[in-house]
Design a protein around this ligand. Structure first.
Ligand code: 4NP
Length: 175
């Protein structure tokens, strides 16, 4: 078992904000939802100075595109705006972020394949390792399916992000 990032061992300050990157395949459906939902929760709790939040894709297929219209519509229905533009995840991101959240197990393997040090590998987790009901560990790819798939992604991501922020919030040294 790889040594994994331990949220209880981190200290978050204004000078040392916690940096998260949500990663999926296209960076137009699942990871923009993660980025948008996490930012929404951070804003609701007034914790903006303590986090840097981004997303990326393991493929370059949709680089420059806004989030998928179904993802945006479902998020908007829940009061969450998705403002990302797709970019490709690269090896340098493994040093830029404290926590890299893979939306499914394939994304997780693809990211780990870019890593060259144990420190980089320890920063990579699946989104659903923070889900109270993780099922098979994947946030299912909604791209080819109907609207239900997008709502399902939203619910999974919302649950997981809430749990993650609950773990991180006590690590903040407020100033
Ligand atoms: P995402 O969804 O990885 O959640 O952004 C997908 C978007 C596009 C494709 C696959 C998945 N695609 O094959 O183009």
């Amino acid at each position: 078992m790889e040594k994994e990032f331990d949220v209880t061992q981190t200290t978050i300050t204004r000078d040392n904000p916690f940096r998260l990157c949500f990663v999926c395949l296209g960076n137009i459906c699942r990871s923009p939802t993660g980025e948008g939902v996490f930012r929404h929760l951070v804003n609701e709790r007034g914790l903006q100075p303590y986090f840097f939040i981004d997303s990326a894709g393991t493929s370059a297929w949709h680089v420059g595109e806004p989030a998928n219209h179904n993802s945006r519509n479902v998020a908007e229905k829940h009061g969450v705006e998705l403002l990302s533009r797709a970019r490709k995840f690269g090896p340098a991101d493994l040093d830029e972020f404290d926590l890299i959240l893979a939306m499914d197990r394939q994304n997780y393997r693809d990211i780990l394949n870019m890593a060259s040090t144990d420190q980089q590998r320890a920063r990579v987790r699946t989104m659903r390792s923070f889900d109270p009901d993780p099922e098979d560990g994947n946030v299912p790819d909604p791209y080819q399916g109907g609207l239900n798939g997008f709502e399902n992604v939203y619910q999974i991501v919302y649950r997981s992000c809430s749990q993650l922020l609950d773990l991180l919030e006590p690590r903040i040294e407020r100033s």
